[in-house]
Design a protein around this ligand. Sequence first.
Ligand code: 13P
Length: 359
Amino acid sequence: MTSHNLENVVLMLIAKGKGILAADETIPTLTKRFDTLGIRSTEQSRRTYREMLFTSPVASRGPADFISGAIMYDETIRQKSSAGTPLAKVLTVQGIVPGIKVDTGAKPLASSPNETITEGLDGLRDRLSEYHAMGARFAKWRAVIRITDALPSPACVSANAHALARYAALCQEQELVPIVEPEVLMDGSHTIERCEQVTGAVLHAVFHALFEQGVALEAMLLKPNMVIAGKECPRQASVEEVAIATLRCLRRHVPAAVPGIVFLSGGQSARLATAHLNAINRLPSPKPWKISFSYGRALQDPALEAWHGRDENLAAGQEALYRRASLNGAASVGKYTDEMEAASPGFDDPPHCRNWRDD
Ligand code: 13P
């Protein structure tokens, strides 16, 4: 039986006009991003950065206007704001649901070393219970699928689908909403058609595994990639083509019982990630689920660029996040326009961010 608590958390996460901020980079990944801008990565600077993202200089308006939930990393959920409040509580008091990344990373798959299997199931029940006690109400686990002419292998797809399903079942047992994230990477020269075929097969395997493990679809969210040509593909699809292929693929493979689909940005520019989300929401085909965002890079990059590690830029960083979140909030209801983008303060697509990778 599905818990009402879980379904209520889901409803908060997919509230109209809002999406999720993924701020769960591991220490090495965040350090690489800081390095690019010459920011020293310390426990303190990472704390300051996350506190900047989670708060606002203006009492009457803040990230909660467009952000329903924020995903933290283990270090972050244990940290306190400069005023001494646990960061999870800083989120909760604003009405933002605290979330936590619980996988321990993608490691080489033994039978196919060019592919990965996401680890973290050992001891997961106890870790989930601890995170729940610290205030987390949802969790994230990311599986990574690479496309080449020969990949993904069936072994990679089924092992990752199985791990995602076991994670999701454990989350629901421990009263956390699982975000199920099977990411088909944009790396490579594959066509949009190949991305659609692989994404469809992966989603099919994931929902089969979720069924096998008895996961309640009503009490989870799906975090997929959009259907998009590989970064090196000579023919890049238009915004409209991406929207049509993405919605077609999701309609074929995601059961209507799933309440919401929150996309990852996957290395798309901030503007393109917003434009794609908007175009998907504007398509006339029926959409049985809420469709919104759970972006990392596409929300954070402008804020990180504006902040640049300097205290005097904290308000500018918060303003950049607010702006990007508001544009994505508009896209989540199909109301984003080019004119809204035109009033840009100039931080939206920093060129050095384009090759940043997720872990
Ligand atoms: P990106 O939006 O940067 O892909 O990050 C989302 C995320 O949470 C990846 O796990």
